[in-house]
Design a protein around this ligand. Structure first.
Ligand code: KIV
Ligand code: ZN
Length: 515
């Protein structure tokens, strides 16, 4: 008999995008949504359509283009929000409206400045409104775990009665501990008479580092939808990490008695894509996807794994899509070799994309003796950034002179349309000079808030990978770039964030004029 499944709702594009310093273009969100579809998530929460014209556009674009999963938009329990959410998702193959309202005493009193009766009325009216648009409606009482149990049960019963098909219990502030959460969910199931007419879901935040543990406790208590974000992104300390929850369920099916529909071999690639596009590096010891997740350092462990993998490994690295590191490419590798390796990493390229990637690969192999998987991932990320339709400026030339007796000076040539734009500037250091020259060309007032440089691989010839954050009008933008020359990587990262800023501003403008 087939095992019962737990649905995975991915909210990387909604709660994940609330991570401080995130901010993606519509094309980037679509790229992530397509990858989530490849990973076979059941539901993609594509955004909060009423929150901004840019979010509306992103949800609408994803709803039209990504056909297999359910596409959800979040909406407050406000009639206009619900109608806007519907407007954004109505072309989806499987649309869902997810409506929420604060239910805890502290939030009702201080944030909503309403009483329980008003909240109940708003929730019921909103689910009814959503139900008028589509069959699939999710209701979330925000801050459920700090809500009076009787009131919570009253809310759930009333919203199920008017058609909510999924009831989501958010641990909004990450306050619950697993045993208490299990009891809480058991009480809800005991006290809400119509609970079986809806799918029970949970949405756990990680303020105490317990989001994945609470999600698994919920599965044990009978929840059949878990809300997660790739790499544990999300508001504050983030949401339950998709890869941790999914692999806990898959690895411990024996104990939990349920499975997911996820193609776990897509996890590694999804994680890398999200890390790159959001500009948040993964800690090396991050479960499942961190660089050290399958590395054995101690002699005893290495010895054990060499004799029999299961001595110290509970998951096969390949089961989450970790590329095997056996093949290293070099200067003499051909196009077929590159294509095969990229396919192994999960990239299916069209001819023109392979041409461009091959050119970049040759340039890299000229400077670096061995090109391994991490180099290829960095190369593909660079490709994605430069080939992106949104690249208003591309980098043609970087020349820098600096030293202990020199004033750092940079000359930069950028291409915009077919025009070459050249500027020279000095700075306190070579990176400052590069950024000053780019600023002179682009003329956008920006503040650099963060600059980080790391190495893509080990070795003296390693590529440098630069991540920056910069601010304009209180909004942060991330940029990334890699190259064997860190000044070129720095220029690429800066230009990436500028192109992103311009694309997001342009997207907001055109979405606002359309709506
Ligand atoms: O954390 C939360 O309560 C949420 C809801 C909107 C589901 O994100
Ligand atoms: Zn949340």
């Amino acid at each position: 008999m087939a095992m019962e499944t737990v649905k995975i709702l991915d909210t990387t594009l909604r709660d994940g995008e609330q991570s401080a310093g995130a901010g993606l273009t519509v094309e980037e969100k679509l790229e992530i949504a397509r990858q989530l579809e490849r990973m076979n998530v059941d539901i993609i929460e594509a955004g909060f359509a009423a929150s901004s014209p840019g979010d509306f556009e992103a949800v609408k674009t994803i709803a039209r283009a990504v056909r297999s999963p359910v596409i959800a938009s979040l909406a407050r329990c406000v009639i206009d929000d619900i109608d806007t959410a519907w407007d954004a998702i109505k072309d989806a193959e499987n649309p869902r409206i997810h409506t929420f309202i604060s239910s805890s005493g502290v939030q009702i009193m201080h944030q909503l400045r309403k009483n329980q009766e008003e909240v109940l009325d708003m929730a019921v009216a909103s689910v009814e409104r959503a139900k008028g648009h589509c069959e699939d409606v999710e209701f979330s009482p925000m801050d459920a775990t700090r809500t009076d149990l009787d009131f919570l049960c009253q809310l759930l019963e009333a919203t199920i009665a008017v058609g909510a098909t999924t009831i989501n219990i958010p641990d909004t502030v990450g306050y619950a501990v697993p045993s208490e959460f299990t009891e809480f969910l058991n009480s809800i199931q005991d006290k809400v008479p119509n609970i079986n007419q809806a799918t029970l879901s949970v949405h756990c935040h990680n303020d105490l580092g317990l989001a994945a543990a609470n999600s698994i406790a919920a599965v044990e208590a009978g929840a059949r939808q878990i809300e997660v974000c790739i790499n544990g992104l999300g508001e504050r300390a983030g949401n339950a990490s998709a890869e941790e929850v999914i692999m806990a369920i898959e690895t411990r099916k024996d104990k939990l008695g349920v499975a997911t529909n996820i193609d776990t071999r897509q996890i590694y690639r999804t994680s890398r894509m999200v890390s790159d596009l959001f500009g948040f590096a993964l800690q090396a010891n991050k479960a499942v996807v961190g660089a050290n997740a399958f590395r054995h350092a101690s002699g005893i462990h290495q010895d054990g794994v060499l004799k029999e993998r299961s001595t110290f490994e509970i998951m096969e690295p390949s089961s989450v899509g970790w590329p095997s590191n056996e093949l290293v490419l070099g200067k003499l590798s051909g196009r077929a070799g590159l294509r095969a390796r990229l396919e192994d990493l999960g990239y299916q390229l069209k001819k023109e994309d392979l041409d461009s990637a091959f050119e970049a690969f040759k340039a890299l192999a000229d400077r670096k003796r061995e090109v391994n998987d991490a180099d290829l991932e960095a190369l593909m990320a660079n490709e994605r950034r430069t080939v992106s339709e949104n690249s208003i400026y591309t980098l043609s030339h970087v020349q820098v002179s600096s030293g202990n007796h020199e004033i750092p000076t940079a000359t930069i040539v950028l291409k915009k349309d077919d025009e070459e734009l050249l500027e020279t500037a000095t700075g306190t250091g070579p990176v400052d000079a590069v950024y000053a020259a780019i600023n002179k060309i682009v003329g956008v007032p920006l503040t650099l808030t963060e600059y980080n440089v790391g190495a893509v691989t080990a070795g003296i010839d390693a590529q440098g990978s630069v991540t920056i954050r910069m601010k304009k009008d209180n909004q942060e933008y991330v940029g990334r770039g890699s190259d064997t020359d860190i000044l070129v990587a720095s220029a690429k990262a800066y230009l990436h964030s500028i192109n992103r800023l311009l694309a997001i501003e342009e997207g907001e403008k055109s979405a606002a004029t359309k709506s």
